[in-house]
Design a protein around this ligand. Structure first.
Ligand SMILES: [Zn+2]
Length: 296
């Protein structure tokens, strides 16, 4: 824990971002968001947060981090590993939407309508789901979180910044040629529905890029003949998905960069190569050992 506290105080100094004006209450930022966007045809209840969630000194709580990264980069994997290590919840907005849809929560009817019409879930709804999730977590005694896949837009980033103190934003990056090869290697077993990856990455160092190798994630023998490629995993679609992601994420990255909160991390390879380096970049490299020593 001491290491974490050290890390947090370091980040705090480095970012200089803990001014009290960031701790505006959620309801006021949500209100300004509404008036700017003219969304609600549904009545919107003011978003409220318990004050101790926003006002807590980072030294007295767990990390409040965001993970960014394009589709296929593996940010869910790294975020969830870090969450287990740090003992914080891994909050992915995709899961929040799915959970609400399968529940009888107050937003589920509205969500079903949106999804059935093939529309995008609005920032406002995503933020309400997120605030609901954070409040429920706090009631259970959770501290800290890693947000995965959120914020996606500059508007979401601005509102989030008014809601809660984000200590650090980790931007995971992978060479584009490798990323595309990896996305094109994705396969699904048509029988057991498990995902695999047949891409065996082995690129040499060129143009200042270091060499990189990533082992494939091959299926067991009996899945081999049942592998299918998802129809949207063509090179054209993958490139288009990346282009759209980059267009949207650039302003979000700039937003956090200008606040001194963005940590750019170039993945040096697969999980075995990347994980220790990521821990090092986060100043957690001796944290893992101490954790396992403490629980041994
Ligand atoms: Zn299978």
């Amino acid at each position: 824990m001491a290491d974490l506290v050290r890390l947090l105080s370091k980040l705090r100094v480095a970012s200089g971002a803990s001014s009290p004006c960031l701790l505006r209450c959620l309801s006021s930022s949500a209100a300004s968001f509404q008036s700017e966007n003219q969304i609600p045809s549904h009545p919107v209840h003011p978003l409220t947060f318990s004050p101790d969630l926003t006002g807590t000194d980072p030294k007295d709580r767990n990390v409040q981090w965001v993970f960014l990264g394009c589709p296929g980069v593996g940010k869910g994997t790294y975020a969830s590993r870090l969450c287990s290590l740090l003992g914080v919840p891994h909050i992915a907005t995709g899961d929040l939407v799915r959970d609400e849809l399968s529940s009888s929560g107050d937003l589920s009817a509205q969500l079903k309508e949106i999804v059935n019409q093939g529309k995008l879930v609005s920032d406002e709804i995503i933020l309400r789901l997120l605030s609901k999730r954070l409040e429920a977590g706090e009631a259970k005694g959770e501290s800290g979180f890693i947000l995965d896949g959120f914020p996606r837009t500059i508007k979401q980033a601005e509102i989030l910044e008014g809601m809660i103190d984000i200590d650090l934003v980790v931007n995971l990056k992978l060479r584009e040629d490798v990323l595309i090869e990896k996305c094109l290697g994705r396969r699904l077993c048509s029988q057991c529905k498990k995902s695999f990856n047949i891409a065996s990455i082995d690129v040499k160092d060129e143009n200042g890029n270091p060499a990189m190798s990533m082992a494939p994630l091959l299926p067991p023998e009996n899945c081999m003949s049942k592998l299918i490629t998802r129809p949207d995993d063509t090179e054209e679609v993958v490139r288009e998905r990346l282009r759209i992601y980059n267009d949207k994420s650039q302003p979000v990255e700039d937003f956090y960069r200008s606040r001194g909160k963005l940590l750019e991390f170039d993945l040096p390879g697969g999980i075995p190569e990347s994980w220790p380096k990521l821990l090092e970049a986060l100043d957690l490299d001796d944290y893992e050992e101490k954790q396992s020593a403490a629980t041994a």
